[in-house]
Unconditional design. Sequence first.
Length: 161
Amino acid sequence: MIESINKVNKVTKELVQELGREPTVEEIAERAELSEAKVRQIMKAGKETVSLETPVGDDEDSYLMDFIEDAVVESPLEEAMRADLREHLEKVLSSLKPKEAEVIRRRYGLDGTDVPHTLEEVGKAMNVTRERVRQIEVRAMRKLKHPSRSKWLREFIEKEK
């Protein structure tokens, strides 16, 4: 496979010199006497990998990994904002009747699962029909939209701007 990668790289460089632009896969395949599919496979396999421990800049103190954000881990700021939002949501939900709060938590994934549940799923968990869940949700949402309750969330939203 390394021979194929080297061959495709060599042909690509030659074609760049001749054409004055990046060659197409078709042009590379023709010159290398390979199928286009094979060239694509080789190009995909031959992508150059770079170590995260590669030094960056003149000093040996900085490494590439220092500049790449870990998308899986929340930043401390995001974590604090999420905790603050959770606190505001709990304050608002605590102003509802327990059944209403439970329906809202389950329907919008605020029950710790981060997965919104269907009317059917919530109904089964609470031993009521999905129509009853819908009615409770509508009533709870009406209450949540009232200025006396929504002010806590509005404060949070204003603080974020």
